[in-house]
Design a protein. Structure first.
Length: 556
């Protein structure tokens, strides 16, 4: 058994009912007791923990129980080799919870002589320079204010350096200067909800391991990018907590509401923001009043609810008046595709322009489930301009709106280098699919079928044209929404299709009818979803229970 007084203190506050924990923190306590604190091959470096806490409270601000708890696990080591037990730390809680302040304390301490590792350089990474500079600026200003610290550190607006260890604290941007240079001892990734994939992360952590006890800190609130880097990290966190992954894969400290209804009771706000646990500090008092005012303002301006829930309560919610389905419902489409060989289906086509994306698909039925198998064709020049497709991972890139290369590797799309997407690609895809499936007909709207109808018919397909596609949206909306809500839609492991669906904007017209449009006109594509809608228009023509007859089975 191992113990540390700050760890015991925080767990006791929860178990005695003095602080409230959300589900992830409840499971965290169970996991720690079961898989970590019960071991005898680990130790907390109590001296280092005390030094870090004293350093923070002397030069920065008083530290609360949850902050001391987090610091303790930064200095948990293996006995046999004095290596850190946790290399990766995930800290997620609502805006105002002091993530950057705590990172300022920890990183300033880690480069100092109190930590004592020479050249233990630290980079703080964010997508924007303003965000990346938040903690380095706080460290810079703190050092400048105190003569004692100025004896230990040399600081400028761009970096702070320990005079004894030579360790450098520096900010970087994921779309800024080259990532090569520092051999970091630790890396901090700020506002991690903005990362579309782990490619930028991999570049920044590639230099770790050359110094003792490398660490990675991932901090932030939740955001609007789904199926990206943060969602995958949250999935990993739950696996660790449930004992389904390597015990020290990650130290996950996630604070959020468990249910959006909890927001109406201010006593629940500490579930998302541990700074709001009682008794309030002076800072927490002001923070609580600010959040309370923002909550009250939602009565007059409910359009800010999505932002409030995501950023203050760390619980992304979906405005169902603007979106097709909740993210959880879209994510639930990731189910294993059943055996569809020989099954009857409806084909469909959609593309906004032959100069960017085109989607084609096949809709199958299985009992109450709608199964959609799809493929897209994308034009290289377009994805080079808007998604940085041809850039190397190590090159300077702006935030990506879509990980095209990853989807290409999964064979979910085909990149074509031509002035416009040649209709032959779509026709050839359906011809190939016809070898495996019984395609009843292919549906598209009048505009899309202008270039495709003749070659499809020449290839032997029956073609149906939808004259007014928006008119079918209002007819199909209740059916599609119910299918998502009851998890009767299956896309398979298809992040491209989930992306298409999440990009759909539901517009309610004056007559009350719903139409499906785009949340963002250029980069947030919806072609795959519109293709799905076209196929759903004739879903009732697909036999639900197909029966396959083979000549060998017949007794003549």
């Amino acid at each position: 058994m191992i113990s540390n007084k700050y760890v015991e203190e925080y767990i006791h506050l929860f178990e005695s009912g003095k602080v409230k924990f959300n589900e992830e923190r409840v499971i965290l306590v169970e996991y720690l007791k079961r898989d970590v604190l019960s071991r005898d091959d680990l130790y907390f470096d109590d001296e280092m923990i005390e030094n870090c806490i004293r350093f923070g409270e002397k030069w920065y601000f008083p530290l609360g129980p949850f902050q001391r708890f987090l610091i303790a696990f930064v200095f948990l080591f293996f006995k046999k080799n004095d290596r850190v037990f946790y290399r990766k730390h995930l800290w997620m809680f609502g805006r105002g919870g002091g993530k950057n302040g705590l990172i300022s304390v920890v990183t300033n301490f880690l480069i100092s002589e109190l930590h004592g590792i020479p050249d233990y350089n630290i980079s703080i990474i964010a997508n924007s320079e303003e965000q990346a500079k938040t903690s380095p600026d706080e460290v810079h200003k703190t050092v400048k204010r105190h003569k004692t610290l100025l004896k230990a550190f040399k600081t400028t607006l761009t970096q702070t350096v320990s005079k004894i260890t030579g360790s450098i604290l520096k900010f970087r941007t994921s779309n800024g200067e080259t990532k090569d240079g520092l051999r970091d001892g630790a890396v901090v990734f700020d506002e991690i909800h903005q990362y579309e994939s782990n490619k930028d992360v991999r570049v920044h952590i590639s230099g770790l391991g050359k110094k003792p006890n490398p660490r990675e800190f991932y901090i932030g609130t939740d955001g609007y990018v789904r199926d990206g880097f943060l969602d995958k990290m949250k999935e990993k966190a739950l696996k660790v907590l449930k004992g389904e992954a390597r015990v020290n894969s990650l130290f996950p400290f996630i604070c959020k509401l468990d249910d959006e209804k909890q927001v109406d009771d201010p006593d629940n706000w500490e579930l998302a923001n541990p700074m709001l646990s009682k008794p309030f500090s002076e800072y927490a008092e002001g923070l609580f009043e600010t959040i309370k005012e923002e909550y009250q303002d939602l009565e007059d301006d409910p359009s800010n609810r999505e932002e409030f829930m995501t950023k203050r309560m760390n619980l992304p919610v979906t405005d169902l008046e603007r979106s097709v389905a909740k993210w959880e419902e879209i994510a639930a489409t990731n189910k294993l595709l059943p055996d569809l060989i020989g099954k009857e289906c409806i084909g469909a086509i959609d593309f906004a322009s032959v100069r960017d994306f085109a989607a084609c698909g096949l809709l199958f039925r299985d009992s109450e489930d709608y199964i959609f198998k799809t493929h897209s064709f994308v034009r290289k020049e377009f994805i080079d301009i808007y998604y940085g497709y041809s850039r190397k991972a190590t090159e300077i890139t702006k935030q990506k709106f879509a990980p095209i290369k990853e989807w290409e590797e999964k064979e979910l799309l085909t990149v074509v280098d031509e002035p416009t997407i040649d209709p032959k690609h779509i026709v050839e895809w359906f011809v190939k699919m016809r070898e495996y499936y019984n395609i009843k007909k292919i549906i598209g709207d009048n505009f899309r079928m202008e270039a495709l109808r003749k070659p499809l018919e020449e290839a032997g397909f029956e073609v149906e044209v939808i004259r007014n596609p928006e008119a079918i949206h209002s007819l199909l909306a209740p059916r599609i929404e119910a299918a998502f809500a009851n998890q009767h839609i299956i896309f398979g492991d298809n992040p491209l299709m989930r992306w298409y669906t999440q990009n759909v904007l539901v517009v309610i017209k004056k007559d009350g009818n719903k139409v499906y449009r785009k949340k963002e006109p250029v980069r947030r594509k919806t072609d795959g979803f519109q293709c799905f809608v076209h196929a759903m228009y004739r879903a009732d023509e697909i036999p639900v229970d197909n029966v396959d007859f083979f000549l060998d089975d017949i007794d003549f």
